[in-house]
Write a new protein. Structure first.
Length: 398
């Protein structure tokens, strides 16, 4: 049984802050400063280039991948960490298209994170071979999986509303018509149990700076099903994925049969040190407990908001099993209202056109924080402080 009092002590949060934005950026683990200092002083400073061997830098991509693997239901040797999520989208979709060369349709949805869609668009322009990107409403995706589709590219949990796709059903439907599926787990990994092995997923990608708390810009991961490891084509062929990287050959040969073939270039070892510290937290956590507590707290939050802030309307699914671990509300004046909340040390965020998002992360958020957050929301509605001019001006990051 996960001790959430213990996990709360594993993070640094400013005194008095109610942090409901871990779905966007997780807080700093208390071990992070020591981890980065150890890297700076014990590794980079003292070892210099020897660190690639003496400190195991070269294989950190795989070592960290194996630590993430259990969090998404993957086997050892099927996940690698490096680069950014957008790059991993490009890799996975390109690899998926190469597996179905006679088809020209990429199926996503209009609730997918825009960067995923942008990467698919850029890939189609590079290929310049008649590809089409379809973006229906999320609830229409299943029925549009036909034998014309090459790749289904979806984010399991909608970044705006928290709506959750049925991973197992979509994979089964896609495979029945010969299509490949790429899952973005950015809002799933560390928030709810994922089973890429049990659902027979082809590819999965995700970031590590949200629920995994790896820090701003922390590296991304990619999963490839074992049955594909010897045939998947790495569109971005860098030296780190070469079969013999230190042979320094002038022609590329991908690492045969191993996840290493999805590595590209030299990764950030400094970022890896922070991610490693963040993953230590998961040694004490059962994701089933996290999911159960997340639903409990989310339901409490939704009830309290409905009773005390009726101007807000729920944008997330009512069914807790049909959403991830963030809760969203529609409000016409959502941006200034969120700024007023942030000034009162309740941290959420805003997404166009009118969505206020709140991440429910049980590792460091409990019922007391939920109740206090709604107390402050109710007070802001009563005093109308969100109407103040200072809250109307948009910042560069919302």
């Amino acid at each position: 049984m996960t001790d959430f009092n213990k996990t709360r002590e594993m993070f640094y949060l400013p005194e008095g802050m109610i942090y409901l934005d871990g779905n966007s950026l997780g807080p700093m683990p208390i071990t992070a400063p020591d981890a980065i200092q150890s890297f700076l002083h014990d590794e980079w400073r003292d070892e210099l280039i020897k660190g690639w061997n003496s400190k195991g830098w070269f294989n950190q991509t795989n070592f960290l991948g194996d630590r993430i693997a259990p969090l998404i239901g993957a086997a050892s040797g099927t996940v690698v960490v490096s680069d950014t999520l957008s790059i991993k989208v490009f890799q996975a979709v390109s690899a998926g298209l190469s597996l179905v060369p006679d088809r020209r349709v990429i199926l996503s949805d209009n609730g997918n994170f825009p960067s995923d869609l942008y990467m698919a668009e850029g890939l189609m322009k590079l290929k310049n071979d008649g590809y089409v990107l379809k973006k229906p409403a999320p609830e229409d995706v299943f029925d549009l999986i036909t034998d014309e589709v090459a790749v289904v590219m979806l984010t399991e949990v909608d970044y705006r509303t928290g709506r959750r796709h049925d991973m197992k059903a979509i994979i089964a439907k896609a495979h029945s018509v010969g299509a490949v599926v790429v899952w973005d787990l950015a809002h799933s990994a560390g928030a709810l149990p994922v089973d890429v092995t049990g659902t027979d997923a082809d590819f999965a990608i995700g970031c590590t700076y949200k629920y995994l708390n790896g820090g701003p810009g922390a590296p991304a991961f990619i999963y490839v099903a074992p049955r594909l490891l010897d045939v998947v084509e790495p569109a971005l062929s860098g030296w780190y994925g070469h079969e013999a990287p230190f042979a320094f050959e002038t022609m590329y040969r991908p690492m045969p049969g191993k996840i290493e073939r999805m590595r590209i270039g030299t990764p950030s070892i400094a970022a890896f040190s922070l991610l490693s510290a963040a993953l230590d937290v998961w040694d004490h956590v059962d994701l089933n407990d996290v999911r159960a507590k997340s639903i409990e707290l989310s339901e409490l939050f939704i009830r309290e908001v409905a009773e005390r802030c009726p101007a807000l309307s729920l944008a997330s699914p009512n069914d807790p099993t049909a959403r991830g671990s963030h809760v969203s509300f529609h409000f016409e004046h959502g941006y200034p209202f969120m700024q007023a909340l942030i000034e009162q040390n309740v941290i959420g965020d805003f997404r166009e056109p009118d969505i206020m998002r709140f991440g429910i992360t049980p590792l460091y958020v409990g019922a007391a924080e939920i109740i206090k957050a709604v107390d402050i929301m109710e007070q802001i509605f009563k005093d109308g402080s969100w109407r103040d001019e200072r809250f109307q001006n948009r910042s560069a990051v919302t």
